[in-house]
Design a protein. Sequence first.
Length: 632
Amino acid sequence: MIGTVLSNRYKIEEEIGIGGTAVVYKAMDTLLNRHVAVKVLKREFTEDEEFVFKFKREASAAARIANANIVNIYDVGADGNTNYIVMEYVAGKTLKKVIKESGKIDFEKIIDYSTQIAKALNFAHKNGIVHRDIKPHNIMVTEDGIIKVTDFGIAKASNETTITTTNKVVGSAHYLSPEQAQGIPVDCRSDIYSFGIVLYEMATGKVPYDADTPISIALKHIQDDAVPPNELNKDVPPALNKMILKCIEKKPENRYQNATEILDELSRVRNNFVDDEEFTRVMDPMQLQNEKNNANKDLDNDDTYYDGEPYNADNEEEEEEEAVKKGPKKSIALNGKVKKILVVSIVLVIIVAGSALAFSMGSGIFNSSSNAQTKVKVPKIRGLKESDAKKKVEDAKLKFQVVDKVKSSQPKGTVVTCYPDEDTEVSTGSVVRVDISAGETEQKTPSFVGLTESAAKEQIKQYGCNVGNVTTEHSSDVAEGNVIRQSPSEGSDLTKGMTIDLVVSSGPEVKKATVPSVYGKSSDTASSILQNAGFGVNVATEAVKDASQDGIVIKEYPNGYVNAGATITIVIGKYTQPQQQQPPQQPDKGNNTPDTRGDNPTNNNTNNNTNTNTNTNTNTNTNTNTNTNLQK
């Protein structure tokens, strides 16, 4: 496709993405002189006329919505067998790539990105469009942090039938809602479920459900409960944790019912996080000492004079006795002063005692044998087989749980990561969650079909594989130099070091055929013979001097062995009869010639002889002479 110009307008420049049903290219709109993204439907789907019809109709429906957080659709069209959608080109990364690079995303960005995604969904839902394939791969993040939701390729207008209302489930297994997985009707709450899975992945760096096959993943969406996000990432605030779990409830009625509710909840989550940051304080020993000093300072500066006399702590007992002797008034004043001193002292005692109590509790001094929890360290289990790791964890009086099976260079079936980490001190009975290696065979072979030979070779090397045999084959559908087929095919298991063979197009096959000879045939007969042989016909004429060549083929070219379907020119002779030439007229003598008839017989004989000779030579002269004689 590279270099192809669709509809004499969109020049394909490079491939930027491959999906389940289409390939996305960066292209130049030569009419408006701007870059666009062109999504081209894969060849296998162009054979299905109903699919193509609904593809175009649903793209047109999606084009009705225009929002700052939705990739705009500019055009929908076809060029021959190539069906395409022209969209806004967004320079940036997919959210999936951002997550992969970050591992997980910090709280502020999660709230920011989620708010923008929710705004896009809210706008689409209010316009009757359900996306049906919300996932990080379909969400673009610009360099300025602007979110653009794209790929409404399987979106459904709520009042129209859709390509997904068939016996096939269309969507991405890791982000499918339970109702999509079961093939039952969906509404905007299905997008909310997928949105929740995206939130989960942003917060933890992984999806909640994974397995070896899409069917197994779909079953987990229907049957299994997700591990709470804050168990995988302790930094996830409780309010966000609760929100994510509500989004991914199995039953649609238990989720948020629309994107407006999500936007309100995101606002509350952000505010709760800010409030917690403002009012939750942890004081270190230095701060505690400062508080003590401030209290003493306040005590020294407050009520420096008592009853007109400077206060002297050394004379406190004497003053107290004297106050008693002086009566109730002085005694009350003294008690007020003493109370203030006592309050400050008590506060200091409580602070010190509380610190001591906390220390002693942490040290286990006050733990009774009845409620004490023994601390143990998470054993070293990375690299162990699943069964061996489980035994080792359980021997340490901990619980073993497999969270995920992930692609890894580690041997298949061994522990890749664990939570909490090895050697972390935890209480007995705690759960140790692990990821198990699925090996490298879990990676699937991508499609190289449609790429140029050089681009395909480069991608094969990037996947750690080797380029095998490269053969050529004629194709009228694939441009010359582009890949027609590959082996192994797309979707098969991919392992590093494997060899991938390519079949590259050498362009349409040029067939040869012999031009039948039509010399001497009439124009109609010759044309019929050539057309029946599969050739085109061009008829020309040429003047001829031979009347026998009039109306027949006198020339034919090209001839012999030529490309099948070539246009043959036949030349038809055209004869035109020549016009007769008139001789010069004899001068009219009139009455100047003497009439000697009868007077001079000799002259008469002379005239007769002359006439006779003239008649022998030409008829024209005879007529002329006869006329002359008659006049005489």
